[in-house]
Design a protein around this ligand. Structure first.
Ligand code: ADP
Ligand code: MG
Length: 379
């Protein structure tokens, strides 16, 4: 339904805002353009309704080259929600919602019933129709902005950071609401954001831009599983990779494969040096074959400094450990239940192969996996 063919935009003055964009979207897709500020998102979006015209390439809507259409007519066939809240303060909510309908010369009665119908979609009562924007909360105003875009029932809707100005809770609620609405109404949406959470939540397909160039286009799942490059990875954030990447399930995939260790035949003085150099207060102890024997820590060293000479003398054996293919989820649970600071990871022969620390892991994934409720009961 929407197609970009070698589309570029070079502004007067020489800035190339969009460079050779090739994309194709189906009817009913929720498409999210994402990228850092200045990467060309707004430019791309405005080229779709010809508020900006491409310097090269073509854009097709339902097979029609948009440059061959009348721009005013084109714009009326496309819903548009902009970054700012953008309600007209001197117009009532009904007038705001039915602005486009008025332009399209819908009769008054029909405009009113359409506005009522739309309000009910977001669970707002008809009495809001007579109010003015300043009488509504920020979230409600933004809902009206969204409804205004839906009013004329255009099949294609452009939304440029529509929820950017909202507080996180309102934004979250509106995202859910809007996603449901989109499914129900079967609209094609082109949505711009710089917030990856928002993109992952809403999009059927995400288009990642950098410096006007396409970096990656794929479903949220594809992007999480196989980020095209480091830029995308960074944009997704390592934290999210851990929680959302469905193929990260075992401890081996997230452990630190270079734990600080010492062998049990070493002298304690060496152990102290190793601790100091690595800034750790505990060392995993292994034998010559790399099999985990236990651990030593600063406390044990302190208490036995006089009589002990070797690591073996103060070794605390039977350290709790997990197998490398243990589930991340279970391991976090154990770390929390036992109040551990870290867990050594071993293979089937108990060779030490890594370490998972509480700070590196729990802090990162905890909230998102279980939320606050279980945090309390687990502690
Ligand atoms: P985004 O929406 O991703 O933040 P924009 O599409 O607004 O990015 O801008 C892309 C690039 O084009 C930026 O470097 C911006 O400064 C530049 N740009 C945007 N509009 C104009 C303009 N009218 N004239 C010149 N340069 C512009
Ligand atoms: Mg922008």
């Amino acid at each position: 339904m929407l197609k970009f063919e070698h589309v570029s935009k070079k502004y007067k003055g020489g800035k190339t805002a969009v460079s050779n964009l090739n994309l194709e979207f189906k009817k009913g897709e929720f498409i999210v353009f994402i990228g850092p500020s200045g990467c060309g998102k707004t430019t791309t979006m405005k080229m779709i309704n010809r508020l900006i015209e491409p310097t090269e390439g073509k854009i097709f809507i339902n097979g029609e080259d948009i440059m061959e259409k009348d721009p005013v007519k084109l714009r009326r066939e496309i819903g548009y929600v902009i970054q700012q809240i953008g309600l007209f303060p001197h117009m009532t909510i009904q007038e705001n919602i039915s602005l486009v309908l008025k332009l399209l010369k819908w009769p008054e009665e029909k405009r009113k019933s359409r506005a009522e119908e739309l309000l009910s979609l977001v669970d707002m009562t008809p009495d809001y129709l007579e109010r003015y924007p300043h009488e509504l909360s920020g979230g409600q105003q933004q809902r009206i902005g969204v409804l205004r875009a839906l009013a004329a029932d255009q099949p294609l809707i452009l939304m440029d950071e529509p929820f950017g100005a909202l507080d996180p809770i309102t934004r979250d609620a509106l995202q859910d609401e809007f996603k449901n609405l989109q499914k129900k109404l079967d609209k094609t949406i082109v949505f711009v954001t710089h917030d990856m959470d928002e993109a992952l939540k809403l999009a059927d397909r995400i288009v990642i831009l950098r410096d006007g160039q396409l970096v990656q286009c794929g479903t949220p799942d594809e992007i999480l599983r196989e980020p095209a490059d480091e830029f995308v990875e960074e944009f997704i954030g390592k934290e999210r990779l851990v929680q959302a990447k469905p193929n990260i399930t075992t401890v081996e995939q997230i452990m630190n494969a270079h734990p600080v260790t010492i062998t049990s035949d070493e002298q304690l003085s060496n152990a102290i040096t190793v601790m100091k150099t690595n800034r750790v207060d505990s060392l995993l102890v292994i034998d010559q074959e790399g099999v985990l024997e236990g651990y030593i820590d600063v406390e044990a060293i302190d208490q036995n400094r006089k009589k002990a000479k070797d690591v073996a003398d103060i070794l605390i054996p039977d350290t709790f450990s997990v197998y490398k293919d243990a589930l991340v989820r279970d391991t976090i649970r154990q770390i929390l239940k036992k109040g551990l600071k870290y867990v050594p990871v071993v293979d089937e022969q108990r060779h030490l192969v890594g370490i998972v620390t509480r700070t590196s892991l729990v802090d990162i994934v905890y909230d998102s996996i279980w939320g606050d409720e279980e945090l309390e009961s687990a502690q």
